[in-house]
Structure formats: C-alpha cells, structure tokens
Design a protein around this ligand. Structure first.
Ligand SMILES: [Fe+2]
Ligand SMILES: [Fe+2]
Length: 242
C-alpha cells in the first residue's frame, strides 16, 4: 500500500511563514509522499515562493508539486519553480517522477492543466485567434499529461494537476465558471493510461470526491475543500482505498 498525502491552494503569502510547518513535521508517520496541487503562492512572486520552500522543504517524505494559475501571476513560473527545486521539491510540468515505496514504484505525472470546460459544455478552437489560443493551451497541456502518464511504467500511476479533469469535484462552484476550472481533455488523458488516482486543486468551493468517465478516482484537495493541512489516500496497485 502506498500512502499519498495531498493538498493544494495553500496560497502562501509573505506573512504565512511557519503557518503550515507544525502540521507537516509528523508527515512521515502517515504518508509516503506529499503532492502539492498548485496555487502554492498568492501572486506567484519569488519571495512568496521562498515561503513555500521553507514550509515544504526538508520534509521526511518526497514532495512533488505542480504550479497553479496564481503561481503564474507574476510571470515568473520558472523562477518560482527554481526556488522550490532548490528546497528539494520536485516540480512537474509535462514530466514525471518515480518514487520507490516499500518495494513498489509510484509514478506521478504532473501538469498545471487549464480551462475549457467539460463534454457538451466546452469551448472549441473556433473563431477569434484568442479563442483558438485558449483551447490550444488546454489541448497542448492535456496532450503532455497523456504522454507523461504513458511513459510511466510503475506499479501505481497518479495524475497531479491544478485544474480539474472532471466536473464532479466542482459541485458547489457556480456552473457559469466551470469552463475556467478545468477541462474534460485532462480526464481523457487520465483515462487513456490506467491511472490509479487523479489529484487536483483550484476549485475552492467544489467538493473532494469525483470520478472520471473511465472510473479513475478524482480528488479535489484544495485546502478550502479538505479543510486540513493535507489529506491521505491509500493506494494499492490494483485498487484505490480512501
Ligand atoms: Fe486557488
Ligand atoms: Fe487556481
């Protein structure tokens, strides 16, 4: 069994140093890895990233992150990622990491994701160039998630995104903003690759539990949703238990 802790949307500002750390110190007792589902900062500044690095660096378990839209706001995603990596955090964007856990291998494929909406109520690459660019960004990211998951040859595969791959975990959000909260293309990428678990954030007013059309468990770990420092999912190579 592999124990996967996860949280997203901690939105740490410069005044938040030390806020989460006490709850993380005992993480090694209950989890084998910690996944961070983006929106780690408030505005994506390098100084905020240093706070994130101090909070999540040097923990007793590997920490794997994707960035969120807030982490892009200051137009320095590479600098933010570099600060996190300097603290030992693995930051994924279209790539993977593999972790050995008690004789099993855990593979994590991560992307930020993007919006676009869900089947029957989604945008399409039609009309103005701005609309085409919007959908192209989603399509390229979903393709990179699909390819990254496909490269994993591990006992357990987990998809880590910021944006949602299904609408199930958005219930509680206004339906009008669903197209800005995620894309069904992410869900299709997850379903195409025998994924065991999909973890995302971004939907602060959504709910925790959902499922892809192909039956993959989806969990919205936005901190306002899980209302704790993190939550832990226990995953077997063939079965997910929550
Ligand atoms: Fe957020
Ligand atoms: Fe977000």
């Amino acid at each position: 069994m592999i124990r996967i802790a996860a949280v997203g949307d901690v939105h740490l500002g410069e005044d938040a140093r030390g806020r989460l750390r006490p709850a993380l110190e005992e993480l090694g007792d209950c989890a084998d890895v910690l996944l961070l589902a983006g929106d780690l900062t408030r505005h994506g500044t390098v100084s905020e990233a240093r706070v994130v690095a101090d909070e999540f660096g040097g923990l007793p378990v590997p920490v794997v992150a994707v960035l969120g839209n807030h982490d892009h706001h200051d137009d320095k995603p590479h600098e933010v990622s570099a600060v996190l990596r300097d603290a030992g955090i693995t930051v994924l964007e279209g790539d993977t990491t593999t972790i050995d856990v008690n004789g099993h291998t855990l593979g994590v494929a991560g992307v930020k994701g993007f919006g676009g909406g869900f089947a029957g109520k989604c945008g399409s690459a039609f009309g103005e160039p701005e609309m085409k660019a919007f959908i192209r960004h989603t399509t390229e990211i979903a393709d990179s998630l699909r390819a990254a998951l496909g490269r994993l040859d591990t006992d357990v595969k987990v998809a880590l995104t910021h944006y949602a791959p299904v609408p199930d975990t958005l219930r509680g959000e206004p339906p009008e903003i669903y197209p800005f909260l995620g894309s069904y293309l992410l869900g299709e990428a997850i379903d195409a690759n025998n994924t065991h678990l999909a973890v995302h954030g971004h939907a602060h007013f959504g709910n925790e539990h959902g499922m892809t059309p192909g039956g993959v468990r989806v969990r919205n770990v936005a901190q306002p949703v899980i209302r704790s420092a993190y939550t832990v999912y226990c995953v077997e190579p063939a079965v997910v238990e929550v």
